[in-house]
Design a protein. Structure first.
Length: 385
């Protein structure tokens, strides 16, 4: 079922933008592509750097040279052009800077985006600025001093109902869940027993036999795809220490973590294929290109609910893990966030992983994606759908 909300004017349209994003953007440029009169979702880029270091995404500096502004505008409109059905775009600049008199902040980037859209044959529906003290259109020569009042941007009731409950800004969700120290210690103890048993340490195997829960838990590794599918419906936060430890064990081993990545972005059948490919690769066979391509964002559009549930599981496991294990799981968190189009959150997870382990491979890949504004191919197909 598709819900269509018509924006009668600029104020109502700006009230709709948070619904299109799934959060309320701050210090951002948002592009809303259109096919005729129908919106095709929304894209967001940072208006200014949010952090320093390897996870810093490209952003529009206040005093950026004109060639930098033009390059960022070309990249942004280029993303709109990747949506085959898109023939128009609306631009919204969100900034804390004030409107001074009739002058709007960040007009340079707005004009650059408008020029690039025109050069690409994309109609510009509007270019709006939501500033610290008001809002207005860059295209309105008669805008009032200080802009229009912000309280006009409430949006209509239908749009408000569609925005996720408690939705924050683009940074929301970048922090891991809080875990009680006692529970973390219990899970760590169970994880130590499970890990030693899997790795074949004799003393640990004796301990495992003393606790039937360990053997019962390890038996679930006989069918890894089924286990990963169960995790999507299991509440890891309230699972027994051994069940939670098993989840951490799987997601903190790169080979099994990658199976989870492919299965949660596809289906259980994809998990079976990924596990088979992993076992063959460990035996010396080449890794199938079609399986590896998924990592780069190629292939059919994933089920957004599976990605979201997978991220919930991965975040909880990362919160329970420590050291290199946490770094490995954070890499999965980063990829799942990136696959949902949440590059800011993905960058935060990946940066945390690299701070723990400088050679956190998947996290480094996601940071490269963010820094080069690389989005999964399905993001553009999903917008068109």
């Amino acid at each position: 079922m598709t819900t269509i909300i018509k924006a009668a004017d600029a104020a109502q349209f700006l009230g709709l933008v948070p619904h299109l994003l799934g959060f309320r953007a701050t210090r951002s440029i948002v592009l809303v592509p259109f096919a005729g009169s129908r919106s095709l979702g929304a894209m967001r880029i940072d208006l200014e750097p949010q952090q320093s270091g390897p996870g810093s995404a490209p952003a529009v500096l206040v005093e950026a040279p004109s060639d930098t502004i033009d390059r960022i505008a070309a990249t942004a409109i280029g993303m709109v052009c990747r949506i085959a059905e898109a023939d128009a775009v609306a631009i919204v600049v969100y900034t804390d800077e004030p409107i001074t008199g009739g002058d709007l902040p960040r007009e340079q980037i707005a004009r650059a985006l408008a020029r690039r859209a025109d050069a690409c044959g994309i109609e510009l529906r509007d270019a709006l600025c939501v500033a610290g003290n008001g809002w207005a259109s860059f295209l309105d020569p008669e805008r009032p001093d200080g802009g229009h009042p912000l309280h006009l941007l409430r949006g209509d009731e239908a749009a408000a109902r569609l925005l996720p409950l408690g939705a924050g800004d683009q940074h929301t969700g970048a922090e891991l869940p809080a875990v009680d120290p006692t529970r973390r210690a219990d899970v760590a103890q169970a994880l130590e027993a499970l890990t030693a048993a899997v790795d074949g340490a004799p003393s640990a195997l004796v301990d495992a036999h003393l606790d039937p829960r360990a053997l019962q838990t390890l038996a679930r590794l006989d069918d890894v795809p089924e286990l990963l599918e169960d995790l999507l419906v299991q509440d890891v936060a309230s699972a027994s220490p051994f069940d939670a430890a098993l989840a951490v064990l799987c997601l903190s081993r790169p080979s099994l973590r990658d199976v989870a990545l492919l299965q949660w972005s596809g289906s259980m059948r994809d998990g079976d294929a990924a596990l088979d490919a992993q076992l063959r690769w460990e035996g010396g066979a080449p890794y199938p290109e079609e399986v590896g391509a998924r990592l780069w964002g190629d292939g059919s559009c994933p089920d957004p609910d599976r990605l979201a549930r997978g991220l919930v599981v991965a975040r909880e496991c990362a919160a329970l893990a420590s050291g290199a294990r946490r770094a490995t799981v954070l890499g999965l968190c980063a990829w799942l966030a990136w696959a949902q189009g949440r590059s800011t959150v993905a960058s935060a997870y990946a940066t945390q992983a690299c701070e723990i382990d400088a050679e956190a491979g998947l996290a480094e890949i996601v940071l490269a994606f963010v820094n080069t504004t690389h989005l999964p191919d399905w993001a553009f197909h999903r917008a068109a759908a």
